[in-house]
Design a protein around this ligand. Structure first.
Ligand SMILES: Nc1ncnc2c1ncn2[C@@H]1O[C@H](COP(=O)(O)OP(=O)(O)OP(=O)(O)O)[C@@H](O)[C@H]1O
Length: 411
């Protein structure tokens, strides 16, 4: 990827002036501000600037039945451009937020996506800042969120190979963020709700509002290159080291991605709150089950008998190593990508063996042969421990539901 396009600095000059205009109104006679009203100063050659009228036309004036989702800061509408030939997602900053809330997040999302172009990252078509509105326009992801496809009762269970392909796509996207540019980008909020799927099941990472730019890692000065930040992200996905140090780095994304892998395998939420307020974390449950050789017992029942043992082993090993409590023991995203591709190959190889062919074009694998699997990876530090919390080395605070609602979560 090239450096951030040079238009960005002038673009953000424009953007920020757009903000101040909203609050205090424009002052005349300033050449820069004249430029700010001139669409030629905006990066239209790459990302189109839409007028509010165009956005209104595309969304039938923000018709309620075109709402496809609601985030903390924005409402997302399905929209139609180019005489209805192009379906888009239109994210509009909510008008009922605290003054100023959401601006920074929209700005970060725009800054990141303006610089990115990869098949596994959601594509930003353009933006609209007319009349004090802040609107981002994306390609439309017809199959919605991975989390909905995993947990939504109205959907059929996802086939195992498709799940693997989705994970590989997400790993491609993350690897590109981490290493595809001169400055590494840390997503900062990897979770199954921000992994979107297009009509062809191609997976794309979205929601870059918590993302951070930093120079590419260099092993000698690694620790000084970490980013000090306010801890944010979805509960259940947060790297324990990040929670402790508030330093964001690529390994935080790797950890969160590992949690997604366990979700894909087990179809269990990253955390569950019990009636007494106690919480169970999927990562703790999964790591404990790995250690005890019972991981097969907690996987999605739909997958039982459908995963080749060697693929299963590899997948569990990848998820386990991604969620290692020690960041430095986690693999790089490039390694994760390669291992997931290998897991898919193993599944395909096993599927090609007629012995595994079952009626209706499905495959059947012995369940019992998977039960005693304990992968050799990073559980060594915890191998003497028997309680779930210490498996990941974490002691999570006990929280009640009120606390949880105040934490950003897509669930
Ligand atoms: N490009 C898109 N195509 C189709 N649907 C989308 C697209 N982008 C977002 N959505 C839908 O809109 C919802 C809201 O998206 P948004 O990015 O604003 O918030 P979020 O990431 O889901 O949640 P939060 O902001 O609370 O973390 C998503 O959950 C998804 O269902």
């Amino acid at each position: 990827m090239e450096d951030p396009p040079r238009f960005l600095s002038s673009f953000f000059g424009v953007f920020l002036k757009g903000k101040s205009k909203r609050k205090s109104g424009p002052s005349e006679g300033n050449e820069k501000q004249t430029r700010s009203r001139n669409p030629a100063a905006l990066p239209e050659e790459i990302h189109r600037q839409f007028s509010l009228d165009q956005i209104r036309a595309a969304t039938c004036n923000f018709r309620r039945d075109l709402i496809v989702g609601d985030g903390v800061f924005g409402t997302v509408y399905k929209g139609f451009l180019n005489d209805g030939n192009l379906v888009v997602a239109v994210k509009r900053l909510k008008s009922d937020l605290e003054p100023g809330a959401g601006y920074e997040e929209f700005q970060t999302e725009l800054l990141m996506l303006c610089q990115l172009n990869h098949q596994n990252l959601v594509f930003l078509l353009g933006f609209c800042f007319d009349e004090g509105e802040m609107i981002l326009v994306y390609e439309f992801m017809g199959k919605g969120k991975l989390s909905d496809r995993l947990y939504g009762s109205r959907y059929d269970p996802l086939p195992w190979k498709l799940r693997l392909e989705i994970c590989i796509g997400a790993a491609h996207g993350l690897r590109y963020l981490h290493t595809g540019a001169k400055r590494a980008i840390i997503h900062g909020n990897v979770n199954s709700g921000d992994i979107l799927l297009d009509d062809n099941w191609v997976c794309k990472l979205s929601d870059f509002r918590a993302s951070k730019l930093r120079p590419r890692s260099n092993s000698k000065s690694k620790t000084t290159e970490r980013i000090d930040t306010l801890v944010q992200g979805n509960y259940g996905y947060l790297d324990p080291e990040y929670l402790e140090t508030a330093q964001l780095e690529e390994k935080c994304d790797v950890y969160s991605f590992g949690v997604v892998l366990f979700e894909v395998l087990c179809v269990r939420r990253p955390f569950v709150v019990h009636g007494d307020g106690e919480m169970t974390f999927l990562v703790d449950l999964a790591l404990q089950s790995i250690r005890e050789g019972t991981i097969y017992d907690i996987i999605d029942p739909y997958l039982k008998g459908r995963i080749a043992p060697e693929c299963f082993e590899m997948f569990v090993d990848i998820a386990g190593s991604c969620t290692s409590v020690v960041g430095d023991e986690r693999p790089e995203m490039g390694e994760v990508e390669v291992m997931l591709e290998r897991a898919l190959e193993l599944q395909e190889k096993a599927d090609s063996d007629p012995a595994h062919m079952a009626p209706y074009g499905e495959y059947a694998y012995e369940e019992a042969s998977l039960c005693a699997f304990v992968p050799p990876h990073k559980c060594r530090a915890e191998s003497n421990s028997s309680d779930a919390e210490s498996v990941s080395g974490l002691t999570y605070p006990t929280m009640d539901r009120g606390d949880i609602e105040s934490i950003s979560s897509d669930e």
